[in-house]
Design a protein around this ligand. Sequence first.
Ligand code: APR
Length: 234
Amino acid sequence: MKMKKLVVLSGAGMSAESGISTFRDSGGLWENYPVEQVATPEGFYRNPALVLNFYNARRKELIGAKPNEGHKLVAELEKHFDVTVITQNVDNLHERAGSTNVIHLHGELMKACSSRNPDDRKCIVELPEHNPVIKIGDKAKDGSQLRPFIVWFGEAVPMFDAAVKETEKADIFVIIGTSLNVYPAAGLVNYLPQESPVYLIDPKDVDVKSVHNVTFIKKGASEGMKELMSLLIK
Ligand code: APR
């Protein structure tokens, strides 16, 4: 019997219990770093060393982090459903927890790419865990300065179409740890089949705008996923 299709949309809150800071909570990343300077193409051209060091620091934090119970339970959903994880996160904690079908909308922290053409797949490289840094002078295959494989504000989101195709087929949609503030990611909810139930796991209230038939699980990712499993798997 064909398994139901379950799509997860995760955000920074998914990794909060792994010790990775979110963006818009108090003390979040954007409180300490001006977005324009570290997460835009203009910021990179203006001061590449500052941007490279910002992501070098986040990569070192990620190396020391571990998937939390929430990541592991999302991976466990694959025993019961045909699961696609669409994440706004650039960490690799879903994969390290065992999820096998992950779409990264905003790029991947452990990868680097060409600063001339970030989408040139020939230039995308995995950074080694023992030395996950990019320095000024490190070159991509096309001779340009290597840059983080991250979708910065103002840049295209190449994986969005793939994410829409998955969302349109979702029998069940689970939103975990995102304030739904950033587009086009937040707009995915508009592609949901009308009749598909939506579950939203977040310790705070999240404005889901146009979405109806939402079951709110007002808990952190780990406790929330435990509750979701008890609701979905009888
Ligand atoms: N478990 C689940 N959710 C949590 C937890 C937790 N332990 N702690 C915080 N949250 C929730 C917050 O309540 C908030 O709703 O996670 C959400 C984090 O929201 P943001 O910090 O805005 O992160 P996100 O929605 O992923 O941001 C989207 O913005 O800056 C860009 O590219 C960046 O991918 C990011 C995008």
